[in-house]
Design a protein around this ligand. Structure first.
Ligand SMILES: *[C@@H]1O[C@H](CO)[C@@H](O)[C@H](O)[C@H]1NC(C)=O
Ligand SMILES: *[C@@H]1O[C@H](CO)[C@@H](O)[C@H](O)[C@H]1NC(C)=O
Ligand SMILES: *[C@@H]1O[C@H](CO)[C@@H](O)[C@H](O)[C@H]1NC(C)=O
Ligand SMILES: *[C@@H]1O[C@H](CO)[C@@H](O)[C@H](O)[C@H]1NC(C)=O
Ligand SMILES: *[C@@H]1O[C@H](CO)[C@@H](O)[C@H](O)[C@H]1NC(C)=O
Ligand SMILES: *[C@@H]1O[C@H](CO)[C@@H](O)[C@H](O)[C@H]1NC(C)=O
Length: 216
């Protein structure tokens, strides 16, 4: 069942206002959640995040992050010590995506939604602070990409003075059919959005720092 775009957007904004420990603690299905690390994937190896183009996504760890724009990240505060950064430059548009496929053939677990967690840069002298992205569910060209300005939703509810916030719930979808495979694709910035002409393509640069995904 496809959910109306407006519902997904409203739900995403609600998730942004929430923080990870609350979200997981309140979930009745906590023990069934599967955590998919940005680098290691899920513990059973079934799920991985697929990055495109691979070289645009920079891999960060305790050793640092070659090519990353956001510096000063404490690897001990990110899950499994790793994160991925992608920067979308509106002056040089390109399609930058991260995809997670679940409920496929190898899956022993039937999920009905995901939450995506990452880092939120506050002071970032070398790049934009905008966390501006779209997402698509189940690869339907005709279906609108959800659009989210996490900067607006997030800043209004936090008082952090840190350079980077950790464990930030960036977006989520729920209510998907557990009996079907699903494809949730994140699009950083607006490059390559098939629906960008009809939606809010403000031509803004964006940054995205992905830490992990929870399949619920
Ligand atoms: C900006 O980039 C320079 C050169 O790569 C680096 O030395 C500096 O730490 C960066 N500053 C921030 C705030 O990321
Ligand atoms: C990732 O961290 C979790 C705990 O957060 C741990 O159970 C798991 O073994 C770690 N995986 C790897 C590959 O280090
Ligand atoms: C997942 O969805 C994205 C966006 O619609 C699409 O580009 C990609 O080909 C899909 N992947 C699979 C394996 O269906
Ligand atoms: C996102 O929100 C921030 C903070 O409210 C604002 O400065 C920025 O212009 C917004 N970006 C978009 C694309 O709406
Ligand atoms: C943020 O700080 C202001 C001023 O100290 C306070 O009134 C407000 O309640 C704080 N908001 C949150 C979400 O903590
Ligand atoms: C969920 O998917 C299964 C398998 O495709 C289908 O039989 C079922 O009707 C779907 N349920 C709903 C509520 O769409």
């Amino acid at each position: 069942m496809q959910l109306p775009f407006a519902f997904l957007l409203a739900m995403s904004l609600a998730l942004i206002a929430a923080h990870l420990p609350d979200v997981l603690a309140d979930s009745p299905s906590t023990t069934h959640n599967i955590v998919v690390d940005d680098t290691d994937g899920s513990p059973d190896g079934v799920y991985k995040v697929i990055y495109s183009p691979p070289d645009v996504w920079k891999a960060g760890s305790a050793k640092g992050c070659d090519g990353c724009l956001v510096s000063g990240i404490d690897a001990s505060k990110v899950r499994n010590g790793t994160w991925h950064e992608a920067a979308y430059d509106a002056a040089h548009p390109q399609q930058i995506t991260a995809t997670i496929l679940f409920n496929g053939d190898a899956a022993a677990y039937a999920g009905t939604g995901i939450s995506v967690y990452g880092l939120f840069p506050r002071t970032n002298l070398n790049a934009t602070n905008n966390v501006y992205f779209f997402y698509a569910i189940d690869n339907s060209e005709s279906q609108a990409f959800g659009y989210l300005n996490a900067t607006a939703g997030y800043d209004s509810s936090q008082n952090s003075t840190a350079a980077v916030d950790y464990d930030v719930s960036l977006f989520g979808v729920s209510g998907l059919n557990a009996s079907r495979p699903h494809n949730v694709t994140l699009l950083v910035g607006s490059g390559g959005n098939p629906r960008s002409a009809q939606q809010q393509d403000l031509g803004l640069s964006s940054i995205f720092l992905l830490d992990y995904v929870v399949i619920m």
